[in-house]
Design a protein around this ligand. Structure first.
Ligand code: SF4
Ligand code: SF4
Length: 997
């Protein structure tokens, strides 16, 4: 083999190596890409040329940026996986799996040696979806967010911390919101740092490996492999002892080495450099978006400072612990207008209480310097850290961000009708009529256009964030970017950068794409009022302001302190309410107080919550993050004390309505809590117990079950299907004799006029989907997994036939699976009469369960006063009646003093919705529409709708629901990453909206 050059053009660095005839390796360059990748590539080629006596080389080029280079040079790129396999085949032929984590990319390979050539052959490839989580850029971003000086320090701390905080890790946005909420609840920074590293390894396993095993030896390559904490958690996550997962010496340049080994092209370096020079001088052609316009927008300025020594009988302090920043404002009213007396904005830097203390010290200093003489100060907190901060300050009020932001807008623009608020990593839309919130939306998943996103874009473009807006305004030909997803627009920006589109145009394109993304995801088809307030720190970015004006063609009002509107709004509410009972500790007391924050893992159940504590010296201890409120519940004001817990009642009834018990030593049938379990369990329980089996349900959903499910799924189904996998694993762990996993094809008719009564295709196919992921076809499960196909709408005869057959199949004769295992003998085959009897009992038990539910519903509604308010929770049985999956939504509603009613306590069958919706074939959607009609007809009721990321049927059904409901509802999208704090904020805001309306 003669010498060959390999180039790996990644998102952050270009690596150039020479592999010589004797297989020695020369690393020529590892250069950062910067903001001009093509230029960097040309410079790297120049460096190479200087090292070589001859301009002609044999070359292989790989990597994402490498592809653009190949396009320009007219070469065929080397596939990245092939390059890795070639390099490892040469340097580490014992490798059987490859984990690659680069700055923006991830990959998983399994390899086998070819019998003939002995080369490593690629068996399977797992490629990164476009999500950046798990990549180096995400870690870098997180390092900054947590304020570590270097990535090395960040990694070392994470490696040395024993107890990582639990984070989600599906995608950057979600991990980031978890982080924010954790540290605002007082979780120590080093535990979060460790949690981030652990989460990306977990994310890697789920997203990349999708249930595949990493067979030893496993090579960990790519830039991130140099991070010792990622290596540590990857080993743990993959269950590999040290020697089985190794980081090879050329981990970072492995792709380039492989490209050299697979090099087939001949290239004249001098000609290539000339070609690149020419290309760099050429303009690029691309679809152009409109230029930014900033003509009608009104940017309000703060009022002049007030006279020194102003006497202020009442001032209100608002503190907003946002995702990245801590904000505070001290306000009062002068001549009926709100005035800001003192304010401060700073980064939270991973320590919310220190940030609040520092902020208050600055506010106090401003007050002293300006000589205000203040009578009384009332305080309110808002933002995701509002509860912890509220306890710290002894604030009179704790308010959700929606209500606070709306009030922040109203403080300066009373006529505002729409509020767009864009903060560090979330965004909100609020609709107002005559100063009352009528509707709102918080961004659910997408970070496009948020402060964190723009910060990242500025860093990618290599410009200071402060210049971003003005550079955008200077853009002449902004490219039309994909606005659906931040990650896609990022790759487009990356592409344009490589093609030398001016940074100004890219900034403008990013602003426009962000605004379109915001309008599509937050506003949708809701109306936009004549007066639009744009606030949040992003409103300082004039490029973003102009992008709104350009897209909407109307006047936008930016308030005088756009970054403080949450704090100002909270203060305004406190000022207006000024509760008689003063609780604010006062500036001096807060600044002098000593406190401790701590955390511990509760081992009370499988959730293993990371419970955080906060205690003022000599004061009460406060608890956060305990899912069941085992600790924090003691302090919570129980506004809900006199409300019945209908969710708990239902759960109790479901599990206990059938009183029978199996005889000692009976064969055990495990029933996972999946599909229609929460609708049909009494039926199954009665049927099998009557026939002499012991029925064992899986445990209630807990963190372990969710985690097991998420890591096992083969594809990317909806959240309930992921959890269903975890429940079956739980049953497998219980080692029952049988697993009952029916495919419920049809439920009972809601009304006869409906055309169908179908279950979702996932529910119909659950046995196959879960069976494939858990390999239930393997010999050890033969005869144990019972998967009848049930059509409840066909009635008794059908159920008799299917279940009778099934029971006979597991009774009588001898069972090879039990022999010698110490299991009880099989039951004698039941007679036809026994089966009939068991079925009668089962059907009667189910009927009784449903009767009791509707009787209880009637009773509750009859007792509900005409002016009372109740929220009916709508959803599918697997999450509606699963408190852990629905984030204890019933309890959260009742904590607001509002009765929460599960939808099936309403008389759904009497709603008569078949008149309009008879062609809806899905029974669960029929249920929801029926509930919606009953809610619409009863002024005391409002809807809280549970829906799921990745749910196909809901994507169209929710529109029908909106039509039927015809009034605002709170729609809560759930998945394994749904954060508690976000749910509380939304439900509080919804309650405020309904109460004010
Ligand atoms: S849910 Fe409650 S009991 Fe279970 S671990 Fe969390 S705090 Fe402890
Ligand atoms: S209806 Fe939606 S949430 Fe339910 S199983 Fe089907 S896809 Fe999943």
């Amino acid at each position: 083999m003669q010498s060959a050059v390999g180039i790996d053009g990644g998102a952050s660095t270009i690596k150039v190596v020479c592999v010589h005839a004797d297989q020695s390796i020369d690393v020529v360059a590892v250069v950062p890409v910067g903001s001009r990748p093509l230029e960097t590539a040309r410079d790297a080629l120049r460096m190479l040329r200087e090292r070589l006596p001859d301009a002609r080389v044999r070359i292989g080029i790989t990597g994402t940026a490498g592809r653009t280079l190949c396009e320009v040079l007219g070469l065929q790129p080397v596939d990245e996986s092939t390059a890795l396999a070639a390099a490892l085949g040469l340097l580490h032929p014992e490798t059987r799996s490859v984990v690659e984590m680069g700055m923006e990319s991830q990959r998983f390979l399994t390899l086998t040696p070819d019998e003939v050539s002995g080369r490593l052959r690629i068996d399977e490839v797992g490629m990164g979806h476009k999500c950046a989580a798990g990549s180096g850029s995400f870690l870098e971003h997180m390092r900054k967010r947590l304020n570590y000086a270097t990535i090395e320090e960040f990694a070392t701390v994470a490696e040395q911390t024993e107890q990582p905080a639990t984070l989600s890790g599906r995608c950057g946005v979600f991990t980031e919101s978890d982080i924010v909420h954790l540290y605002q609840k007082g979780t120590p920074r080093e535990r979060i740092a460790a949690g981030i590293h652990q989460a990306i390894c977990r994310n890697y396993r789920c997203a990349m490996m999708k249930g595949r095993e990493a067979v030893a030896k496993v090579a960990f390559v790519g830039g991130v492999s140099l991070n010792p904490a990622v290596t540590k958690y990857l080993r743990q996550e993959l269950g590999l002892t040290d020697g089985n997962l190794f980081v090879p010496p050329h981990a970072r340049t492995m792709g380039a080495i492989g490209a050299a080994l697979r090099a087939e092209a001949e290239l004249d370096l001098d000609a290539a450099i000339r070609l690149l020079d020419e290309r760099l001088a050429l303009p690029v052609d691309y679809p152009v978006a409109p230029r930014l316009v900033l003509e009608r927008t009104e940017i309000l300025r703060p009022a002049e400072e007030y006279p020194i020594g102003l006497k202020v009988p009442l001032a209100a302090l608002g503190v907003d612990i946002g995702s990245v920043s801590t904000k505070a404002a001290l306000i009062t009213q002068v001549d009926g207008k709100y005035q800001v007396l003192a304010s401060h904005y700073r980064r939270t830097d991973g320590d919310p209480l220190a940030a609040v203390r520092d902020t208050l010290a600055i506010i106090r200093r401003q007050v002293e310097e300006r000589g205000y003489q203040i009578g009384r100060v009332v305080a309110a907190t808002t933002g995701s850290g509002r509860y912890l901060t509220g306890d710290y300050l002894g604030a009179e009020l704790v308010k959700n961000e929606i209500t606070a932001q709306a009030n922040g807008a109203l403080a300066f623009t009373p006529e505002v009708e729409s509020v767009f608020e864009i903060g560090g990593q979330d965004s909100k839309y609020i609709a107002l009529k005559d100063g009352v919130i009528t509707d709102f939306e918080m961004n659910k998943a997408c970070a496009a256009g948020t402060g964190a996103f723009l910060e990242k874009q500025a860093a990618n473009l290599g410009i200071p964030l402060e210049e971003f807006g003005d550079r955008a305004l200077a853009g002449q030909h902004p490219p039309e970017l994909d606005w659906q997803c931040t990650v896609f627009s990022e790759s487009a920006v990356h592409h344009y950068r490589q093609n030398n589109v001016p940074v100004e145009d890219l900034c403008a394109g990013i602003c426009l794409a962000s605004v379109r993304n915001y309008l599509s995801k937050n506003v949708g088809n809701r109306p936009i009022g004549k007066v639009v307030g744009f606030q949040g720190a992003v409103a300082f970015n004039r490029g973003m302001v102009a992008a709104y004006e350009t897209m909407l063609g109307r006047r936008i009002v930016v308030p005088p302190y756009p970054h403080l509107t949450g704090a100002i709004g909270a203060a305004k509410i406190a000022y207006e309410e000024a509760p008689a009972k003063a609780t604010f500790r006062g500036f001096d007391a807060v600044l002098e107080a000593r406190y401790t924050i701590d955390s511990f893992e509760c081992k009370g159940c499988a959730n293993r919550c990371d419970v955080n504590t906060f205690q003022m010296e000599g004061g009460e201890k406060f608890y956060y993050n305990d899912r069941c409120e085992k600790f924090s519940g003691r302090q919570k004001r129980r506004v809900a004390a006199d409300l019945p817990d209908l969710f708990a009642e239902r759960e109790n009834l479901l599990l206990s309505i059938y009183p029978g018990k199996a005889p000692e030593g009976a064969p055990r049938i495990g029933i996972p809590r999946v599909g229609t379990f929460n609708d049909h369990y009494p039926f199954y329980q009665a049927f099998f117990t009557e026939l002499g089996f012991e029925v064992v349900p899986s445990d209630a959903t807990n963190t372990q079950i969710v985690r097991d499910g998420v890591r096992t799924v083969a594809a990317e189904p909806c959240f309930p299907v992921k959890v269903a996998h975890g429940h079956v694993i739980d049953i497998l762990r219980k080692k029952t004799d049988y697993i009952f996993l029916p495919a419920v094809m049809r439920a009972e008719w809601l009304e006869e006029e409906f055309c169908e009564s179908q279950s979702c295709p996932y529910i119909q196919g659950l046995p196959e989907v879960i069976g494939a992921a858990l390999r239930l076809e393997e010999p050890q499960y033969a005869g144990k997994v019972l998967t009848p196909r049930l059509f409840f709408n066909r009635g008794r005869r059908h159920l008799r036939r299917e279940l009778g057959r099934l029971v006979r199949q597991i009774s009588g004769g001898t069972d090879p699976h039990r022999n010698g295992n110490g299991h009880p003998a099989r039951l004698a085959s039941p007679s036809a009469r026994q089966i009939d009897r068991a079925l009668d009992v089962a059907m009667e038990t189910l009927a009784q369960f449903r009767r009791r539910l509707s009787e209880r519903g009637r009773e509750v509604l009859a007792a509900l006063p005409a002016d009372a308010l109740a929220f009916v929770v709508l959803g599918r049985p697997y999450t509606l009646h699963d408190a852990a999956a629905n984030m204890h939504i019933g309890k959260k509603i009742q904590d607001l003093g509002i009765l929460a009613i599960p939808q099936d306590m309403l008389p759904l069958a009497e709603a008569g919705t078949a008149d309009t919706w008879n062609l809806i074939y899905a029974r669960q959607i029929q249920n929801r529409l029926a509930a919606a009609r009953l809610i619409r007809q009863d002024p005391r009721l409002r809807a809280v709708v549970l829906t799921y990321f990745g749910c196909g049927p809901d994507s169209f059904a929710n529109q029908f629901l909106r039509d039927e409901l015809n009034e605002p509802a709170y729609v809560m999208q759930i998945d394994e990453h749904t954060a508690d704090a976000g749910v509380i904020t939304r439900i509080e805001a919804f309650a405020d909206t309904v109460r004010a309306g």
